[in-house]
Design a protein around this ligand. Structure first.
Ligand SMILES: [Ca+2]
Length: 429
């Protein structure tokens, strides 16, 4: 949750666009994630060097214990946490892996909102109806949304990661790419141990430190986890009451608006200005209507601040999304993730899911190809906002749109192989 890299990868399950996605190999990154993660080896083949790493890690732990003690962590907790702490080279491998291929949004949705997951979601909601209703009554977040987050985060708890959170965060605090972040989360994890909510053995989750059924980071746990079943412990590993209420509390605090829909699927006029299709662009739903945006089915919702998104470009479906969609993105800052949650929730509630057709024939560009495209666009004077990084964000989309406009194409900012070819051609002429 919270950040794309903290979600567990989902097992590949294709329903719609067969054959478009390649298989996952790394159980590491989130929604639009890797298929062929290239891992570097963190362990060495040199016993002397490995011994040195062990010694350095032990020294680091000793220093961190002193720091944690200065922050109010008691000796009993420190001993429970660190007496048997282990450096885990595998976690460093996950942390260093740079996915070369991102799964396109439709392939991700095929997995995250598979028929099987919809069926399971309905069964889970039936089984835990009372807990979900209690959470909904307390925080005004619909039971179907809570169930959907549970489904997308951990397939309803069937896999939330087996890594010891203490070992994972100590390893990342010692040698990860974001040591300060890991060290802060490690301190939060120690506070949780000290509070007695969970013991070290049962504090488990992803390699990146996200814990339990709903993949809370320790700092999120401290802020949002609640004891809903009244046993005196906030237990997101074992109590579904606590899991659903904690998730609802998080969304409430992230700005969930009671009684509002997340948004609607829409159709866009032929002359729609795709520069407007960014989450940073917000208008009232009335203003969008004046631009020709129309609901694809059902009622036209009233929003003061809505965005229109077209996650697969002009050929794919479009959505008008309001504050509750943004609240879900506070849980995990990925459009694909939030779409998966709302579509799973709709389907659990008996709805049909996405109506428009995804451009399933398009193959995603690799990271290397995106870099090449960025480099060429920059050279052509269509700035992508900085040096090539292989990631398609708002700045890259802006540069792409300018290029498309200059070529008389629909400027939707969605990268494709054909577009890369056009960029190459433009550079050579
Ligand atoms: Ca409890």
């Amino acid at each position: 949750m919270k950040h794309p890299i903290f979600s567990l990868a989902l097992g590949l399950y294709l329903a719609g666009c067969q054959g478009m996605a390649t298989s996952d190999t790394a159980a590491s990154s989130g929604p639009v994630d890797s298929s062929t993660a290239q891992t570097t080896s963190a362990g060495t083949n040199d016993p002397m060097e490995d011994e040195q790493v062990s010694r350095d890690f032990a020294t680091w732990v000793k220093d961190y214990r002193a720091y944690a003690a200065s922050q109010g962590i008691n000796a009993v907790t420190l001993s429970a946490a660190f007496d048997d702490v282990a450096f885990q080279p595998r976690i460093i491998e996950f942390d260093r892996s740079q996915p070369e291929f991102s799964r396109p949004v439709w392939a991700y949705l095929d997995t995250a909102v598979s028929d099987q997951r919809v069926r399971q979601g309905r069964a889970k909601l039936d089984a835990y109806r009372d807990a979900a209703t209690r959470a909904e009554n307390r925080y005004a977040v619909p039971a179907e949304i809570l169930t959907a987050i549970w489904g997308v985060e951990s397939n309803y708890g069937s896999y939330f990661g087996h890594f010891s959170t203490i070992n994972a965060l100590a390893t990342l605090g010692f040698e990860g790419r974001r040591q300060d972040f890991a060290r802060r989360e490690l301190l939060a994890a120690l506070k949780i141990l000290q509070s007695g909510d969970i013991d070290r053995e049962h504090m488990r989750g992803s390699w990146a430190g996200a814990m339990g059924h709903t993949q809370f980071l320790p700092s999120s746990f401290l802020s949002y986890a609640v004891d809903a079943d009244g046993d005196g412990r906030r237990d997101i590993w074992g109590s579904i009451d606590d899991v659903l209420a904690s998730t609802a509390h998080y969304l409430e605090q992230a700005g969930w608006r009671a009684g509002q829909p997340w948004g609607v699927e829409v159709t866009l006029p032929d002359d729609f200005d795709y520069a407007q299709s960014e989450l940073s662009v917000r208008h009232s739903s009335d203003a969008w209507r004046l631009q020709g945006v129309r609901v694809r089915g059902g009622a036209w919702p009233s929003f003061d601040e809505a965005s229109v998104i077209a996650p697969a470009g002009a050929r794919g479906p479009a959505f008008m999304v309001g504050p509750n969609f943004r609240a879900i993105m506070r849980y995990n800052a990925s459009t694909s993730y939030a779409l998966a949650v709302v579509m799973l929730a709709e389907r659990i509630a008996g709805g049909d899911g996405v109506q428009g057709d995804w451009p399933c024939d398009l193959e995603p560009l690799s990271r290397t190809q995106v870099k090449e495209m960025q480099r060429r666009l920059n050279a052509l004077g269509f700035s992508t906002g900085g040096p090539p990084d292989g990631i398609v964000g708002p700045n890259t989309r802006r540069g792409l749109r300018e290029f498309q406009r200059s070529q008389g194409m629909t400027p939707d900012g969605f990268p494709t192989h054909a577009l890369l070819e056009s960029v190459r051609d433009a550079g050579e002429s």
